[in-house]
Design a protein around this ligand. Structure first.
Ligand code: PEP
Ligand code: MN
Length: 353
C-alpha cells in the first residue's frame, strides 16, 4: 500500500494497547465495517513511569493475526528492539512502527534497521520525543541504508516542560521542514498523542490535512473509558467515523481548483505577496546596515553589544503595535528575536575586526 499515491486520508486506527482478545476483535470488526484498512495495536508499551500497564506482550500478536484473518485489515504494531522485530514478523504483522522514545536513540534505531536488513517491509517512524529534526531524518536514513525503501513518518508531537493544552507540543514547523527536506517520504499525523484528549482530535486532524499530510493514525477503543493506557485520548469506532466524515479534504494541487477562474485572482494575490516580501527584505537589509553603524559606535565607545533596556523597549513597542495590526504576540516575538539576533551577530563581527 503506497501512502503517497493512495486517496487521502490514509487512516490507521485501533487501540493504544491490545488488552484482551475480545477488546481487540470487537474494535477491529467495527473498524473494518467502516472501511478502515489498517489496524494498529500496541503489544509492548513504553510507559513514561513504571507501574502502569506495559502491554500484553507476545500473546497479543496472536490476536492481531486473527484480526488480519477475520477482517482482511493490515496490522501494525510498535517494535523497540530485535526481539520485538522477530516476534512481530513471525506473527505476520504487516507494518512495523518505531515509537517516539525509540527514534531518539540511534543505537536502538540501528539495531532494528540491522534486524530488518534488506527485507521488504513497510516501516513507520514516529518523530523523536525531543524536538530534533535531524534525529528524525537520521532514523529514516538508517533504514534506507539497511535497504528498506518503504518508509513513512508519523508526527506525534514533542515533549515539553511547560503546560499547554496539548499532551505533546505539535511544533508544526518541524514536520513542515521535514517535508521540505524529505519530499518523497509520506507523513501521517497522530493527533491522539499530540492532543492527549478526545476533544482536540478533529481540530488537529483537520490541520494535518490542510498541511498536506497523507493520513492519520488515531487511537480507537471499543470502550475508551476502560482502556488500560491513554484512556483520555481514545475514541470509539463510531466517533472515529464521525471525525473522518467531518474532515474537509482539500485538493493538494492548485491545478485542481474547483473554480478555475480563481486561478487568475490567486496569481494576482501571489504577486502582491512577492512584492511585499521584496519590500520586507530591502528594509531588513537597511536595518542590518544601520545595526552595523551602531556596532561601530558601540565599539569606539567601549559599550557592550547587548543592551537589555533597548531590546525590551523594542519588543514592547512591537508587541503593542502588532496587537493593533492583528499580529500575534507569538509571531512578533519569534520574528523580532530572529532579527535582533542577526543584528547582534553583525555587531559582534564588527567587534572582532
Ligand atoms: C503509541 O502509538 O501508542 C505510542 C506509544 O506512541 P508514541 O511512541 O508516539 O508515544
Ligand atoms: Mn498510546
Amino acid at each position: 500500500m503506497d501512502f503517497k499515491n493512495i486517496k487521502r486520508p490514509v487512516i490507521i486506527a485501533g487501540p493504544c494497547s491490545a488488552e484482551t482478545e475480545k477488546q481487540v476483535m470487537e474494535t477491529a470488526v467495527k473498524l473494518a465495517a467502516d472501511g478502515i484498512k489498517i489496524f494498529r495495536a500496541g503489544i509492548w508499551k513504553p510507559r513514561t513511569r513504571p507501574g502502569n500497564f506495559e502491554g500484553i506482550g507476545s500473546k497479543g500478536l496472536e490476536w492481531l493475526k486473527n484480526v488480519k484473518e477475520q477482517t482482511g485489515m493490515l496490522t501494525t504494531t510498535e517494535v523497540a528492539n530485535t526481539k520485538h522485530v522477530y516476534e512481530a514478523l513471525k506473527a505476520g504483522i504487516d507494518i512495523l512502527w518505531i515509537g517516539a522514545r525509540t527514534s531518539t536513540n540511534p543505537f536502538a534505531v540501528q539495531e532494528i534497521a540491522d534486524a530488518l536488513k534488506g527485507m521488504k517491509i513497510k516501516i513507520m517512524i514516529k518523530n523523536p520525543v525531543n524536538a530534533d529534526i535531524n534525529l528524525w531524518i537520521g532514523a529514516t536514513e538508517r533504514f534506507k541504508k539497511a535497504g528498506i525503501s518503504d518508509i513513512t513518518v508519523i508526527h506525534r508531537g514533542f515533549s515539553s516542560y511547560t503546560q499547554s493544552i496539548y499532551r505533546n507540543d505539535p511544533m508544526w514547523q518541524i514536520p513542515v521542514e521535514f517535508r521540505r527536506r524529505m519530499k518523497d517520504i509520506p507523513m501521517l499525523c497522530d493527533p491522539s498523542h499530540i492532543a492527549g484528549r478526545r476533544d482536540l482530535l478533529l481540530r488537529i486532524s483537520q490541520k494535518a490535512m490542510d498541511l498536506n499530510y497523507e493520513g492519520l493514525m488515531i487511537e480507537t477503543h471499543i470502550n475508551p473509558k476502560t482502556a488500560l493506557s491513554d484512556a483520555k485520548q481514545q475514541i470509539t469506532p463510531e466517533e472515529l467515523k464521525k471525525l473522518i466524515n467531518s474532515l474537509i479534504i482539500r485538493h493538494r494541487n492548485i491545478k485542481d481548483m474547483e473554480n478555475p477562474e480563481h486561478l487568475n485572482t490567486l496569481e494576482e494575490l501571489r504577486t502582491k505577496i512577492d512584492e511585499y516580501d521584496e519590500i520586507i527584505f530591502n528594509y531588513l537589509h537597511k536595518r542590518m546596515e544601520t545595526a552595523k553603524d551602531i556596532g561601530k559606535l558601540k565599539k569606539k565607545n567601549k559599550i557592550t553589544v547587548y543592551q537589555p533596556d533597548r531590546w525590551n523597549q523594542i519588543l514592547e513597542h512591537a508587541v503593542e503595535k502588532g496587537k493593533k495590526l492583528g499580529l500575534s504576540t507569538r509571531f512578533i516575538n519569534t520574528f523580532l528575536e530572529a532579527v535582533h539576533q542577526e543584528s547582534i551577530n553583525r555587531q559582534t563581527e564588527i567587534f572582532k575586526k
